[in-house]
Write a new protein. Structure first.
Length: 150
């Protein structure tokens, strides 16, 4: 893993970091989220590859992450440094089905530990799936790959 030291140095706290693991990853070739990926790329800098402790599920066109904190559970993704987090979250939360209706939202945006290369750690915003998992298949590798490539 290589770290964008300029972006990492610019970040003063975890509130500016976002961990992405699915349709929002910069290099993913999925039809879902094309406009959101472009918009996010314009409002952030890639810091590095990263890992969180959780389980990844396959929902077809997109994955869902449930944080567990368990050492054996790893989800791989990308850590981004947001230029203006409040502005980004205004449009990103609705994309992630967060509308401020407890019990109805599919995801919650939470701060959680993220593991970087060489044992370094950070705290970042993560979209954690909070709805019940019913029919989705667990992605054992913790790495999502889209089926609907562009």
């Amino acid at each position: 893993m290589s770290v964008n030291t300029e972006a990492a140095a610019r970040v003063s706290s975890g509130t500016h970091l976002l961990f992405v693991y699915g349709t929002l990853m910069p290099d993913v070739a999925s039809r879902m989220g094309v406009a959101q990926r472009k918009r996010l790329a314009a409002q952030s800098q890639r810091v590095c590859q990263a890992v969180v402790r959780g389980v990844l599920y396959d929902f077809g066109p997109h994955p869902a992450l449930q944080l567990t904190g368990a050492p054996g559970d790893q989800v791989h993704g990308v850590l981004l440094a947001l230029d203006r987090p409040a502005t980004t979250f205004q449009w990103l939360d609705p994309y992630e089905s967060i509308r401020g209706a407890p019990g109805f939202d599919l995801y919650a945006r939470v701060l959680a530990p993220v593991e970087l290369e060489r044992g370094a750690c950070a705290v970042a915003w993560i979209y954690d799936y909070v709805a019940p998992i019913r029919e989705a298949r667990r992605i054992e590798t913790g790495r999502w790959s889209p089926r609907d490539r562009v």
